[in-house]
Design a protein around this ligand. Structure first.
Ligand code: FAD
Length: 384
């Protein structure tokens, strides 16, 4: 089978590795001329690891991560450090925090040489989903995987594209320069329309994010100074983590998700995958994990079809229809829930925050554990 993957993000790379290992001939089209080691941390829960395992990437991922984050006391605190809720210790035992640059490195290393075409933007995919057009011309494939991110050009050319929705908040992210002892505690701290989260990378450095409600596209002269101003007096170790991070490495991003569920993840021979299909707010730490599940699902459903030089159109249709069905029903409720969690976390006003905090304290830990288990207990399907 000849497959084209559009986009060399987490979703595209996982898919390309999986399809290649299953016997497909894969080309990745990436519009960036160079893949720079960028980003900060990423939480990958048990479901993400299961997906990576099924793609044959489990060992490589384990080698660059640890389960330390899942062993710390986690949950939500107030800015003065008092706990509002804790996550039961056995609910996230496989949680791993990975540096994005490291994740990209192991995925790129797993590709066969010559898979990646850098600096090539896909301009269009034909309505039958089998032909893509770049500035150099058009080419036909058995399968086209559009893993081209939240602003997917492919999705936006399909009928019913929901478009993008601004969450109302913007996020700074950073990684400390040195390891920091967290004293056995991590998790998030929720204030009034503001939030701070922290978790350890495998090497002991701390990945942190700081989130604040603000209008879309806000400009701030000194991003680092703004983080210090907003969060510098919150509980230990937040001020130390900010001070321990090089100011020039702290960057901010407005948080968007899809305005609504995409009506389909499939058009003919083309499927949407990762953020292109279901961009969600990061409030459950699941965007990347769901992209990994998408990749593992597609590869598992295709099974032996991937290795066939001329796959039967009927077999391909069946696999892609099942991919569409399974992945919409899995990802769209998670995206809805992530948006709700974000809205609750960003409650503002004294009364609202008091009510939210009371609700947090009253929510039984077993309910949180059940929700986490439902997300994490995922398994790839059998081949169609
Ligand atoms: C602040 C923040 C925190 C997050 N935290 C977590 C977390 O803790 N855990 C987690 O699992 N997820 C998290 N996520 C979500 C996660 O980062 C994304 O879900 C994931 O990176 C999406 O990967 P992707 O491959 O689908 O898309 P992308 O990473 O966006 O990749 C798309 C690629 O396609 C390329 N491209 C686009 N258009 C074209 C074109 N026309 N032709 C060729 N190439 C093209 C782009 O250049 C890009 O390289 C977070 C997201 C944010 C914003």
């Amino acid at each position: 089978m000849r497959a084209a993957v559009i986009g060399a993000g987490i979703g595209g790379l996982c898919t390309a590795v999986g399809l290649q290992r299953a016997g497909a001939e894969v080309t990745i089209y990436e519009r960036a001329a160079e893949l720079k080691p960028v980003g900060s941390g990423l939480s990958i829960f048990a479901n993400g690891l299961t997906a990576l395992e099924s793609l044959g990437l489990g060992d490589a991922f384990r080698a660059i991560t640890s389960t330390q984050a899942g062993r710390l006391r986690g949950g939500q605190r107030r800015p003065d450090g008092g706990w509002l809720a804790t996550i039961p210790s056995n609910a996230v035992t496989e949680l791993r925090i990975v540096h994005r640059a490291e994740l990209h490195r192991i995925l790129l290393e797993a590709l066969e040489p010559g898979t990646l075409r850098l600096g090539v933007e896909v301009l269009e995919v034909s309505p039958d989903g089998a032909e893509l057009r770049t500035a150099d011309g058009s080419e036909r494939f058995d399968l086209v995987v559009a893993a081209d991110g939240i602003r997917s050009r492919v999705r936006s050319s399909w009928p019913g594209d929901p478009g993008i929705h601004y969450s109302g908040y913007s996020t700074w992210r950073g990684v400390t320069e040195q390891p920091v002892d967290l004293g056995g505690e991590a998790g998030e701290t929720w204030g009034h329309g503001e939030r701070f989260g922290l978790a350890p990378l495998a090497d002991g450095r701390i990945y942190w994010f700081a989130v604040a409600t603000m209008p879309a596209g806000s400009t701030i002269d000194d991003e680092y100074a703004e983080v210090v101003r907003r969060f510098g007096s919150w509980h230990h170790p937040i001020p130390e983590l900010i001070r321990g991070t090089a100011p020039e490495t702290v960057f901010r991003l407005d948080i968007n998700d899809l305005a609504g569920p995409a009506p389909t993840f499939r058009r003919g021979r083309c499927v949407l995958l990762g953020d292109a299909a279901h961009a969600m707010t990061p409030d459950l730490g699941q965007g990347g994990g769901q992209a990994m599940e998408d990749a593992a699902t597609l590869v598992a459903l295709l099974g032996r079809i991937s290795a066939e030089p001329t796959p039967s159109p009927g077999d391909l249709d069946t696999a892609l229809a099942e991919y569409d069905r399974l992945r919409r029903s899995r990802t769209q409720p998670i995206a809805r829930r992530a948006r709700t969690v974000g809205a609750v976390a960003h409650t503002r006003g004294r009364l609202g925050v008091t009510a939210r905090n009371a609700l947090m304290r009253l929510t039984p830990a077993s309910a949180t554990a059940r929700q986490l288990a439902a997300i994490q207990s995922w398994r790839p399907p059998a081949a169609v």
